[in-house]
Design a protein around this ligand. Structure first.
Ligand code: GSH
Length: 215
């Protein structure tokens, strides 16, 4: 059985878990709190980040790398579109989620409101968080709203790695008590809820809510 190393509340770890669930691949989740300074862990994740992955005697890190490896071993259902342009778009949304969304949703909202408050006894600076919600979220939500068509996914007519990555980081926003205003961003609000209700996401969200003391 494969092993995934990391913490469940990481958007990157969740991205891999959702891909594994969509493909019905069993795995063990081995807890690693980042950044890890354990020399043994650093052999497979030299930057000390999560996630890392072990499959027999093969071990390596980075969520995007892990997802592509898993796709090669378990091709169905495909998370990477066949069509070259759709493939590029799916990778783009994964990249956008992993950078432009994570850097705002994670350290500026989720971390202070949830991790800092519950695990480190630090009171969040709510004024600073509200400023981020008011100024940094709308342009990102506008962009995604504009990218969504009439279908349920960002690319083509089926789930792709782009959807998994985008919906994954929105879980961190949900944990921090921030939702998408359906009056202003109706497609995005519907998109996020529909993906979070998938059987690959819903049990993970519940597990995390318990872990974070939010349930
Ligand atoms: N590009 C990496 C990013 C992973 C990442 O930044 N993970 C965070 C946790 S959400 C981490 O390990 N942070 C610790 C650090 O940056 O030192 C991936 O996709 O796996």
């Amino acid at each position: 059985m494969a092993t995934l190393y990391g913490v469940n509340a990481s958007p990157f770890v969740r991205k891999v878990r959702v891909v594994l669930a969509e493909k019905d691949v069993p795995y063990d989740l081995e807890p690693v709190i980042p950044p890890s300074h354990d020399p043994e862990y650093r052999k497979i994740s030299p930057l000390g980040k999560v996630p890392a992955f072990r499959d027999g005697d093969r071990a390596f890190s980075d969520s995007s790398v892990i997802c592509q490896y898993v796709e090669r071993i378990h091709p169905k259902p495909a998370m990477y579109p066949e069509d070259p342009y759709e493939f590029a778009r799916a990778l783009w949304f994964e990249e956008y989620a992993d950078t432009a969304l994570v850097e705002v949703f994670g350290p500026k909202i989720f971390f202070p409101r949830v991790v800092g408050k519950r695990f480190m006894g630090q009171e969040p600076d709510e004024a600073a968080i509200q400023k981020v919600i008011d100024e940094d979220l709308p342009p990102r939500f506008d962009y995604l709203e504009g990218q969504l068509g009439s279908g349920p996914h960002l690319v083509g007519d089926r789930l792709s790695i782009g959807d998994v990555a985008v919906a994954s980081v929105f879980v961190n926003l949900k944990h921090a008590g921030v939702s998408v205003d359906a009056r202003r961003w109706p497609k995005l609000a519907r998109y996020v809820s529909a993906h979070h209700e998938r059987p690959s996401f819903a049990p993970l969200i519940q597990e995390e809510q318990k872990f974070l003391g939010l349930a």
